[in-house]
Every structure is written in structure tokens, then in C-alpha cells.
Design a protein around this ligand. Structure first.
Ligand code: NAD
Length: 373
């Protein structure tokens, strides 16, 4: 099996889908790995590092011609893959709902496209879960970026010139990113509170030393749907949540929003009227910015000022920590291939549960239930 590791072409993408560590492990598994020259530069990995780990270096055209498996962070342009043989795998985050035409093009080219963000959230797939690995570091980066933009300090400081009070930080949406945001804000010394629609998160918030802020006594508050994901909430709940948030948010210095609902636009959690109640100088970091935003007025990759409050969010937060996010992403891909590696055939063979979940195209057709349904 020849694995081709492409240099990412999407604007602002700094990550890479294999590292010298995973190249070494893939070679040990029995694969040959070719890396496009310069693929790792923006993640601080040189061509020489890859070569030392056992990879060949070359142009995209050369390495794609012999590839059985193509690795990417984002889905490669189908035009770039014109020389890849039918039946080859494309393993990347493919944004299947957002980039449906690209998925159709992979199908037309006879490629087998595997969307890593469709990995089931089950225990045995945890080590292959790119959404978790990338969200985790994104949650950290959101707090760091907000702290950097905030004109005050996070921790309480007692100095000879007087005391600086601790920042109050509120995290909305306590999934993987939110939990890491809470932990990071706590480490920086902020007073942290958090909310979610899933009541199971209450205990997790407390165990990190933060205060849970929850809507109580409203019918149908349990917002946990299939696979532990959030569902859309009732109107009554949304109203109660808006009131609770309004009173709480006015006292906050930093707000980190992370709320997502799979397959839908991000829910609106903070309106312009609510921003107007916040203290000037406060900072809101919207991790849902690429999915349409939780915060009214948020523009990805800009700091927008409304009522003296700075609203920010990145279109690609993991790309702001390329060395670490690449290292974890690359391990996710290695863990995926190695879990299914069939020694006799010398190639990966997927089982039904995970194969059916991640496979978008096969035999010239779109085959994924989530896309056909
Ligand atoms: P996500 O990125 O889909 O959403 C982020 C958070 O926003 C979620 O906690 C969600 O409940 C919350 N949210 C949605 N709408 C909201 C609203 N209106 N107000 C407030 N909060 C709102 O979440 P995620 O990080 O992908 O995690 C989703 C689930 O998957 C969690 O239950 C998590 O524990 C689970 N998970 C399981 C595994 C595994 O077992 N392999 C791995 C990762 C995550």
C-alpha cells in the first residue's frame, strides 16, 4: 500500500495529515509513505524530518500516480486527484454536508472517500476521533486568544500598587472544546461558569472547579439526543435559556461559545441586545464561527466591536496550533488504519460499523446513509 500525504491547499490551512512519528509507524505497519515536498512546513516539519522517518518526498503528481490511500486534513480538490487510480481511498475531513459537489466528484472518479468527521463517537473509535482531538486544542486556543485580546489579566493579582481582580469567564456549550476551555480558563486563574443543554455536563463542569448555570424547571429540558449530541430545544426552553443567559452574561468578562448541533447551523446563543448589557472591554470568542456562529455579529477572523465588547472567532481554530493539532490528527489517521490493518492482505480492511459510518463513496456512487437519507 502506498500512502500519499498531500500538502494542504485550502487557504489558512496550516496542518498536515502525517508527522514523522506516524510515517515511521505506517512504514513499520508495511506501508510505503510518500509526502509532498513542503507539506509539513507550516506545522514546523521539514522535508528532511519526513525523509529521516522513512518517507519519499515528491511532487503531488508523482506521489498521487501510485497512491492506494491519499491522506489530507481537508478534502483535496478532485481535479488534483485526476491521476489517482479508481478504488483508492481518500482519507480526510471532507465536510460532506457543506461540500456535497466534491463528494459527488470523488464518486464519479471511482474513489473511495472516507470522511473522518463521521467517525462514530464510540469507545473503540476514540483514538481515531478527529473531531475530539481538534476540538480539544481549539477549546484551549479560544481561551488563549480571548485572553490575548482582553485588556485585563485573567488571574487575581496582589501587587504593591493594589489588587487586580480575577476575570469572570463563561463557557457556553460543554462538549470536548468547552471542557478544555473551562480547564484552560481555570489554569489561567479566571472564575469560570458554564452551561449546556445536556444536563449530564453539570457534573463535568463541577469536577473542573467551575460553576454550572442551568435552566431548571422547564419541560423537555433534556437536550441530549442520539450519540450524546445536542438536539434542538423547545421554544419555551430557548426563552428560559435566553433570560438566564441575559442576567448572567452582563456580569462576565470573557464568554466562550462552542454550541453545535450536527447537520444544522449553529444555534444562536447571544443576541446583540444581550451584548449591549455586557461591560465594555469584555471579549466573546465564538468557536462556532465557521458554522454560522453562536453570537450575533460575529465575523470569522475579525475582531468586531459592538457596544464596547470585542467579538471574535476563527474560521479554522485548529490551524492556529498547527504543530499540536497535526500531531494529534496524524495519530488519529494512523490509529484508524492500524486498527483495521490486515496483515495477510497488507492493507486496511474496514468493519461494517465504522466502514459504513465513514465511507461516503464507493464503486462510483455516494453510499453514505447520512447523505442519502
Ligand atoms: P459539539 O461540538 O457537537 O457541541 C458542543 C456542545 O454544545 C455540546 O456539549 C452541546 O450539547 C452543546 N450545545 C448545543 N446546543 C446548545 C445550546 N443551545 N445551548 C448550550 N449548549 C448547547 O459537541 P462535541 O464536543 O462533539 O460532543 C458531543 C457529544 O459527544 C458529547 O456528549 C461528548 O461527550 C460525546 N463524545 C463522545 C466521544 C466518544 O465516546 N468517542 C468522543 C467525543 C465526544
Amino acid at each position: 500500500q502506498r500512502i500519499a500525504v498531500l500538502k494542504e491547499r485550502a487557504s489558512g490551512e496550516t496542518r498536515v495529515s502525517a508527522t514523522p512519528e506516524t510515517v515511521k509507524k505506517l512504514v513499520a505497519l508495511g506501508a510505503a509513505v510518500s509526502v509532498e515536498s513542503g507539506a509539513g512546513l507550516s506545522a514546523s516539519i521539514s522535508d528532511e524530518d519526513y525523509r529521516a522517518a522513512g518517507a519519499d518526498l515528491g511532487t503531488a503528481e508523482a506521489l498521487l500516480a501510485g497512491a492506494d490511500i491519499v491522506f489530507g486534513v481537508q478534502g483535496p480538490d478532485p481535479a488534483l486527484l485526476s491521476g489517482v487510480k479508481p478504488g483508492a481511498w481518500v482519507v480526510a475531513t471532507l465536510d460532506p454536508f457543506g461540500q456535497r459537489e466534491r463528494v459527488d466528484a470523488y464518486a464519479a472518479a471511482g474513489l473511495e472517500a472516507l470522511a473522518m468527521e463521521f467517525m462514530p463517537r464510540i469507545t473503540r473509535a476514540q483514538s481515531m476521533d478527529v473531531l475530539s482531538s481538534q476540538s480539544n486544542l481549539a477549546g484551549y486556543k479560544a481561551v488563549i486568544a480571548a485572553a490575548d485580546t482582553y485588556g485585563r489579566a485573567f488571574p487575581m493579582m496582589m501587587t504593591a500598587a493594589g489588587t487586580v481582580s480575577a476575570a469572570k469567564c463563561f463557557v457556553m456549550g460543554v462538549g470536548v472544546a468547552g471542557l478544555q476551555a473551562i480547564a484552560t480558563a481555570r489554569r489561567l486563574g479566571a472564575q469560570v461558569s458554564a452551561t449546556d443543554v445536556r444536563s449530564a455536563t453539570k457534573e463535568q463542569i463541577q469536577s473542573l472547579g467551575a460553576k454550572p448555570i442551568f435552566v431548571e424547571n422547564v419541560a423537555g429540558i433534556e437536550g441530549e439526543g442520539s450519540g450524546g449530541y445536542a438536539t434542538e430545544m423547545s421554544e419555551e426552553y430557548q426563552k428560559a435559556q435566553a433570560e438566564l443567559v441575559s442576567s448572567h452574561i452582563a456580569k462576565q468578562d470573557i464568554v466562550i461559545t462552542t454550541a453545535l448541533i450536527p447537520g444544522r447551523a449553529a444555534p444562536r446563543l447571544i443576541s446583540d441586545a444581550q451584548i449591549a448589557t455586557m461591560k465594555p472591554g469584555s471579549v466573546i470568542f465564538d468557536l462556532a464561527a465557521p458554522q454560522g456562529g453562536n453570537v450575533e455579529g460575529c465575523v470569522a477572523d475579525q475582531v468586531v466591536e459592538r457596544h464596547g465588547v470585542k467579538i471574535m472567532g476563527f474560521s479554522n481554530t485548529p490551524a492556529h496550533l498547527p504543530a499540536d493539532t497535526s500531531a494529534l490528527y496524524a495519530r488519529n489517521l494512523f490509529n484508524f488504519l492500524s486498527a483495521f490493518w490486515d496483515k495477510e492482505q497488507g492493507k486496511p480492511v474496514l468493519d461494517e460499523e465504522i466502514g459504513d459510518a465513514v465511507r461516503l463513496t464507493q464503486g462510483g456512487k455516494v453510499v453514505n446513509a447520512r447523505l442519502l437519507g
